[in-house]
Design a protein around this ligand. Sequence first.
Ligand SMILES: [Zn+2]
Length: 200
Amino acid sequence: MLKIQFEGYRLTSPFGWRIHPVHKTRKFHKGVDLVVSPSNGPLYAFVGGEFLHAKMGVTGSGFGNYGNTVAIWDDMGYLHIYAHMSSVSVTVGQRVKYGGKIGNQGSTGISAGPHLHYEIRKKTSPSFGFTVDESGVVEPTQYLINYYRQQPTVDKGEEPMTAEERDGSRIWKPHQKHKRNGSRLKSQGGVCALQRLHCR
Ligand SMILES: [Zn+2]
């Protein structure tokens, strides 16, 4: 659960129209710029998902000028892009949980200085959903707020138990012990009464 959004980062440029820091022209900023210290500080996933891209973004890929880029496909089908990284420490096809390390901040590609450009695209294809205008992206801060509202609250690093696992610890395991000893089962009426599903 994201307790404080972008904790540890300085938000240096919001989503929306702005004068581009390198081109000096009016351009739509399709993500947010975040800065951590030191300049090559570690970056962690804001959402869990699968890596669809984890290398230098080349022209035509959908990540031209983005430098070293990691893209995570979340479970709602949106693509989370981490651009301008100095290094990437993950590989395509791997899965990550919220808070997993993905690499380090940098200034690769077209960038005015070390920062993380974080962008969320609506599509993952073609070319990773690249669009020239603002219609292909969403505002990241609001997206994350909505995203975590829709997710069950789970402690960092802890997976929720599935129904099967819950049954396993409460019913199935103790019963298995009895099952091996069928004759003793009848004498343990109390246990069977509690576990009517399995004891006859
Ligand atoms: Zn940016």
